[in-house]
Design a protein around this ligand. Structure first.
Ligand code: PLP
Ligand code: SF4
Length: 427
């Protein structure tokens, strides 16, 4: 039995493991943690981070705030407020000013994907791609960590306008009834597995009880395997949780975990491997995804290892994402050409079993755009791209071309190739 111990901003100055850092470095971390929320736990601290490699250890960089996660002028601004001994109120206001400048709702998440039921918008549900609705249970809107590259970071900072969540499972069920094209419900957050089993079970049982003929797959997006595998092993309601998974698979639905793994080390210990095995024993599948992140996993060998380990553990590599245009994109982001090169070099080293992975993929307003590569066509150097998912389904898998730009990190940076005025999806 391992007890959960969370660490957050007040611990930064006191953690014994951080004694190897100077006071100056600790202060820098605190400055950043006042803007991007910070949270970690005893499993990450004791089993994932290699403290002898700090401050360059990838798992340390992934979970602890770093100076360069803020732009220099934002860092200066927050650092000055803290040094002046300003009131809590002022610190909070400055933090929120900076946050609003970091594109807290990329890809129009909040407005554009809001489903309407009988004329009423359903807060806490998103429906962007025809087959899949996202459900944000209100008790699951926090996470095991607060990654500053994640588009969910605004949900953790307590700016109320930035949150969306719901308790309205019955409205979701009605909506799915009215939309026979929906096959998947994705429980997301935050991390839905932060919820007690009882709470999650109430949602899931209601969904199963509705016997929706079109519902095929229940998905759960989670970082729990990576950051708190005891959720499936020794937490007081772990057994009950596994029984709930069984209930889903026995009911004839597919239960899919969309698990975040950013680095092979998250897979390389007995605790996580046992947790993966327990989940598989319930008949559920685990699919894996991660963004490609500077400082963490921007090498083909890292991805090759990640995918190979996943296949060995019966997990299914699913997506490699490009860091979104939000939060600390300037710290973690990688240009599209480099992302593609890393993807293909890693992909070439795994057998077809590991090539279920797709990427590099950009989750943009019109859809998930895959970078197919860089090519020269009739004397013009271009990016080849396609939609893997699109708001308008008939746009999927139609190749399109953008002018080559070595610095492009996002779709907004790209212009149509061959002298065209717009991309086909801009009509
Ligand atoms: C990625 C995503 C999905 C799921 O897409 P799949 O390709 O089916 O995994 C659903 N909704 C939104 C808004 C997404 O970004
Ligand atoms: S959802 Fe995943 S990427 Fe986002 S903050 Fe939580 S753990 Fe990090």
């Amino acid at each position: 039995m391992t007890h959960y111990q969370a660490y957050s901003l007040p611990h930064l100055s006191r953690l014994p493991q951080l004694n190897q850092l100077s006071n100056h470095q600790k202060f820098e971390m605190e400055v950043v943690a006042h803007v991007f929320p910070f949270k970690t736990n005893n499993y990450v601290m004791e089993q994932l981070i290699h403290w002898e490699d700090v401050p360059n250890d990838p798992l340390f960089l992934l979970t602890f705030p770093q100076k360069k996660m803020l732009l220099p002028h934002h860092f200066e601004k927050m650092s000055r407020v803290l040094q002046d001994g300003s009131s809590k109120q002022t610190v909070r206001e400055v933090a929120n000013e900076i946050r609003w400048e970091l594109n807290p709702h990329p890809a129009g998440q909040k407005e554009a994907n809001l489903p309407i039921l009988d004329g009423v918008p359903l807060n806490g549900i998103q429906h962007k791609y025809r087959e899949t609705v996202l459900f944000f249970p209100s008790q699951g809107q926090t996470c095991h960590a607060y990654c500053s590259f994640c588009f969910r970071w605004p949900q953790f900072v307590g700016i109320n306008e930035l949150k969306f969540a719901t308790r309205e499972m019955d409205l979701l069920i009605k909506y799915i009834h009215q939309h026979p094209e929906i096959t998947d419900v994705l429980f997301t957050g935050g991390d839905p597995l932060i919820m007690k089993t009882k709470t999650l079970a109430a949602y899931i049982r209601e969904l199963l009880k509705a016997e929706l003929p079109n519902l095929q797959t229940i998905r759960i997006g989670t970082k729990a395997l990576s950051y708190w595998p005891y959720r499936f092993l020794t937490d007081p309601d772990a057994h009950e949780l596994l029984m709930l998974f069984r209930e889903v698979t026995y009911s004839g639905k597919h239960l899919a975990f969309m698990a975040h793994f950013n680095h092979p080390r998250e897979l390389q210990n007995e605790t996580v491997q046992l947790a993966i095995q327990r989940i598989h024993e319930t008949g559920a599948e685990i699919r894996t995804q991660s963004p490609i992140l500077a400082h963490i996993n921007d090498h083909p060998a890292t991805w090759a290892t990640l995918w190979k380990e996943q296949v060995r553990l019966n997990c299914i590599p699913y997506y490699m994402f490009v860091v979104r245009d939000t939060g600390a994109q300037h710290y973690f982001g990688i240009n599209l050409e480099k992302a593609w090169n890393i993807f293909r070099e890693a992909y070439q080293t795994v057998s077809g079993i590991g090539r279920t992975v797709r990427g590099p993929s950009l989750s943009t307003h019109p859809g998930k755009v895959q970078v197919l590569g860089v090519q020269e066509i009739k004397g013009e150097k271009v990016f080849m791209l396609q939609f893997l998912q699109a708001r308008e389904p008939n746009r999927v898998l139609r190749p399109f071309f953008a002018k080559y730009d070595p610095d492009a990190v996002w779709l907004d940076d790209l212009r149509p190739a061959f002298g065209e005025k717009k991309f086909f999806f801009e009509d």
